[in-house]
Design a protein around this ligand. Structure first.
Ligand SMILES: Nc1ncnc2c1ncn2[C@@H]1O[C@H](COP(=O)(O)OP(=O)(O)OP(=O)(O)O)[C@@H](O)[C@H]1O
Length: 261
């Protein structure tokens, strides 16, 4: 069985069929791109896998366990982490504190032990701090550990969010539009960063991204959604040549052109 198996997944919101009969899998150590025009259903797939919304039909398996109906925190404990399309950071907290939030929820001691600062609590806090520093270092932010995240450039805020996701020790990492709002130079830097991250951690990554140059550079395999359905899957070379994919994206560009007029 693959690390993640999405089988015949459909998600309906009332009459809106956001995802229709989508099947694909992710192997250990994969780097998969999930692309498609606006409203194709990409984030909805992430939301279903991470337990934010329940599948209407179909099954999701991770590491041999069925995820349908499981709470997001349990899914996170099983080893799936994510970042969000609209960056979710605490701007008035430091980089270190932002990363620690991802781990604090896992601390197994009770409130009384925490208030009394019992030795096992102190020890655990120290371990959490070490882990957070390790991941801040991994994303190149160790020198900003005590900086308020709101004062960091946008690209670095994105990396804080990635460090927080990594600190939960995932086997699978979902990145939802990490290059959103970046200029060309920043997205090229992101390509190098993602390559290095994947090489060093070996974690399987699924990347949603509208900056297709980023996806084509870093992903080994790409799944294309359109109008909730899987339109194509293949290597970056195959996807770039696929007439159905070209048509879907051209349609979107025309639509955007029309909206602009
Ligand atoms: N909670 C919701 N309730 C109702 N409709 C929703 C909900 N979430 C998503 N949708 C609809 O489902 C469809 C797919 O949305 P989704 O956000 O998954 O697309 P996407 O491919 O991630 O788009 P984008 O690239 O613009 O972020 C859209 O038509 C959207 O309006």
């Amino acid at each position: 069985m693959s690390l993640l198996e999405i089988q015949n997944l459909s998600i309906h919101f009332g009459g809106v069929k956001a995802v229709q009969n989508v099947t694909f899998s992710v192997e250990n150590g994969d780097f998969i791109g999930l692309i498609g025009p606006n409203g194709a259903g990409k984030t909805t797939v992430f939301n279903a896998v991470t337990g934010v919304i329940p599948p209407t039909l179909g099954d999701i398996y991770f590491d041999g366990q069925r995820l349908n109906g499981m709470r997001p925190d349990r899914i996170s404990h099983l080893g799936i982490a994510r970042t969000f399309q609209n960056i979710r950071i605490y701007p008035r907290m430091t980089a270190l504190e932002n990363v620690a939030i991802g781990l604090d929820s896992r601390a197994s001691y009770n409130t009384v032990s925490a208030m009394l600062r019992l030795p096992h609590v102190v020890k655990r806090d120290k371990e959490i701090k070490q882990t957070c520093l390790q991941y801040l270092d991994q994303v190149g932010l160790i020198q900003h550990r005590d900086t308020e995240v709101g004062s960091l450039p946008y690209g670095l805020q994105r990396k804080v969010e990635i460090a927080r996701a990594l600190a939960t020790g995932p086997k699978l990492l979902f990145l939802d539009e990490p290059a959103a709002g970046m200029n060309t130079a920043e997205s090229l830097e992101l390509v190098d960063f993602l390559r290095k991250l994947h090489r060093e951690t070996g974690i399987a990554i699924v990347l949603i991204e509208h900056h297709l140059e980023v996806v084509m550079e870093v992903c080994r395999n790409i799944q294309v959604l359109n109008l909730g359905q899987l339109l194509a899957s293949g290597t970056p070379e195959e996807i770039q040549k696929n007439p159905d994919v070209i048509k879907a994206y051209l349609g979107e560009r025309r639509k955007r052109g029309g909206e602009a007029n």
